[in-house]
Ligand binder design. Structure first.
Ligand SMILES: [Cu+2]
Length: 258
């Protein structure tokens, strides 16, 4: 009888332990699976940007990955040896395939007039997001757009539009952008230098997969992207990085005109 009771007690103890271990294992497995389930889900670019911002804020580090990847911000390599003087380059987020013409808000052009993206309908467009005070990457992005225009045949160039949109909604103004464009000889027809509300600007960036973040001292961390829209406003080519070959953009523009 005593042996039986003892056996029952030991058996019960083993059973309880097993259940506890099993529960612990399941909980651990759930915890491990959670981030993996989050990573591949298509999140808007803004979410990626915020995520990257949160990571960077804590570490004040440089995100050094410039590869177009679906969840690139999540997997970005964080360099702990931050280069203090060098503005950060943010990796591009996923570029959704829908028309930018769905963005109906009004920007202001360099001449002070309202400008809506749907006005671009019918012709291909080269889009660059930049800011006027940038002395490093942005002048090169604008130069890329200029080089694209120069490399097109005169007939195709005559139909191609250029959209230069500032994300420095606090410091850039239509007058400032006009002076900027004029200095480069680019205050001309088919070149639209735009400034929008912070929300509209963020929405456009999301549609383009452009990430940007104001460091608070007049310097923006941003991804370096030149996008080509077809005549319906759908992104059909994207050049990512500085000094990359322009051919995909030229091909997309020519295809849009044909
Ligand atoms: Cu810049």
């Amino acid at each position: 009888m005593t042996t039986k009771v003892k056996f029952a007690t030991v058996y019960k103890a083993i059973l309880t332990m097993s259940v506890t271990l099993l529960l612990a294992f399941l909980l651990a497995a759930c915890g491990e699976r959670e981030p993996a389930a989050v990573a591949p889900s298509p999140q808007p670019a803004a979410a990626h940007a915020e995520h990257a911002a949160a990571v960077d804020h804590a570490e004040h580090a440089v995100v050094e990955h410039a590869v177009a990847d679906h969840a690139v911000a999540d997997h970005a390599v964080v360099d702990h040896d931050a280069h203090a003087d060098h503005p950060e380059t943010l990796a591009a987020a996923e570029m959704p395939g829908s028309s930018l013409f769905h963005l109906t808000g009004a920007f202001t052009a360099q001449d002070g007039t309202e400008f809506r993206l749907a006005e671009l309908s019918g012709n291909p467009t080269v889009v660059v997001m930049f800011y006027g005070d940038c002395t490093t990457a942005c002048p090169l992005l604008v130069k890329s757009a200029q080089d694209i225009e120069a490399a097109l045949s005169p007939e195709v160039a005559a139909r191609t539009q250029f959209l230069m949109v500032s994300f420095d909604t606090a410091r850039d103004t239509p007058d400032k952008l006009r002076a900027y464009a004029d200095e480069k000889g680019l205050d001309k027809d088919r070149w639209h230098w735009l400034i929008g509300s912070p929300l509209l600007t963020r929405q456009l960036a999301t549609l383009l997969g452009v990430q940007f973040r104001d460091a608070g001292n007049g310097v923006f961390a941003h991804s370096n992207i030149v996008t080509v829209l077809d005549s319906a406003g759908v992104p059909t080519a994207r050049l990512e990085g500085l000094g990359v070959a322009l051919d995909p953009a030229l091909a997309a523009i020519t295809a849009a005109v044909d």
